[in-house]
Design a protein around this ligand. Structure first.
Ligand code: 13P
Length: 255
C-alpha cells in the first residue's frame, strides 16, 4: 500500500516569518491526522525556520531545487549537503525550472544522482506543454522526460523516488487536468516505469498529480488507483485552503 502524500510547493512566496506562521497553522491543522504524509517546500531562505516547526509536527520538508555539485563557485546555487541539513526531500525538474531557467533533462538527471548520493528523496516533475498536448505528443514527452531523468539510476533507488505529473498548461492556470485524463497519464507513467525497471519498483513509487489542485477537485484525483497524492502550488499558500485540502485527502477513500 502506498501512503498518500500531499505536498505544498510554496515557490517564490513567503519570507521566513510568513513561512513560520503558515507552517505553524498547517501543523495545527493536521495534528492527529493519520494515514497521510504532508510535505512543505518553502523557499531556501525559510527552510531552517520551517524545519523547526515541521520536525516535531511530523511534517516532511523539501527544497524546491538544488545544484548537483557538492560545493564550488556556483553563485546563487545551493548544494545537496546544504539542503540535507534541513530537509529530507528535494523537488527536481519543476517545469518552471525547465521553462524559465533553462534546466535540461541532463541537469535533472545529474541532480537526481546527487540527491540519492546525499540521501535526499527526490520529487521529480514531468509534464507536457499545451503545444505538445495539442500536437498529440503528451504521452511521448512525459515518457521521454522520465527515461532521461532516471538514466543510470538503479531500481532500488528509483523505488524511493516520487514522481509528479504536472501538465504545464494546468499549473497556476485554474485549468486543472480532467481527472480521468490525469489517471490515464499516470497509469501510462507507471506502466512505463515497470518497463524501465520492474513491476515491483513501479508499484513502490509514489506518483503525484500537480496543476490547479484545489479543495474542490483533490478527491477526484485521489480516487484514481495510480494517483498517490498531489503537488499543490497556489492552494498551499493559505492555511485555510491547504488544511481543507489535507482534511479532504485524509478522509478520501483509497483509489
Ligand atoms: P498550482 O497548484 O498553483 O497550479 O501549481 C502547481 C505546481 O506547480 C506545484 O509544483
Amino acid at each position: 500500500m502506498r501512503r498518500p502524500l500531499i505536498a505544498g510547493n510554496w515557490k517564490m512566496h513567503k519570507t521566513a516569518a510568513e513561512a513560520r506562521e503558515l507552517a505553524r497553522a498547517v501543523a495545527l491543522g493536521c495534528a492527529g491526522q493519520d494515514g497521510l504524509d504532508v510535505l512543505l517546500a518553502p523557499p531556501y531562505t525559510a527552510l531552517s525556520a520551517v524545519a523547526e516547526i515541521a520536525r516535531p509536527a511530523g511534517l516532511l520538508l523539501a527544497a524546491q531545487d538544488m545544484h548537483w555539485a557538492e560545493q564550488g563557485a556556483f553563485t546563487g546555487a545551493i548544494s545537496p549537503g546544504m539542503v540535507a541539513e534541513w530537509a529530507s526531500h528535494v523537488i527536481l525538474g519543476h517545469s518552471e525550472r525547465r521553462a524559465l531557467f533553462g534546466e535540461t533533462d541532463i541537469e535533472v538527471n545529474r541532480k537526481l544522482h546527487a540527491a540519492f548520493a546525499q540521501g535526499l528523496l527526490p520529487i521529480i516533475c514531468v509534464g507536457e506543454s499545451a503545444e505538445q498536448r495539442d500536437a498529440g505528443q503528451a504521452d511521448a514527452v512525459v515518457a521521454a522526460q522520465v527515461v532521461a531523468a532516471f538514466e543510470g539510476i538503479p531500481a532500488d533507488e528509483a523505488a524511493r523516488a516520487i514522481l509528479a505529473y504536472e501538465p504545464v498548461w494546468a499549473i497556476g492556470s485554474g485549468r486543472a487536468c480532467d481527472p480521468a485524463e490525469a489517471a490515464r497519464m499516470m497509469a501510462r507513467l507507471r506502466a512505463g516505469l515497470a518497463e524501465r525497471f520492474d513491476a515491483r519498483t513501479a508499484q513502490a513509487m509514489r506518483l503525484l498529480y500537480g496543476g490547479s489542485v484545489k479543495p474542490d477537485n483533490i478527491r477526484d484525483y485521489l480516487a484514481a488507483a495510480d494517483i498517490d497524492g498531489a503537488l499543490v502550488g497556489g492552494a498551499s499558500l493559505g492555511a485555510e485552503s491547504f488544511n481543507t485540502l489535507l482534511r479532504l485527502s485524509a478522509s478520501a477513500p483509497p483509489g
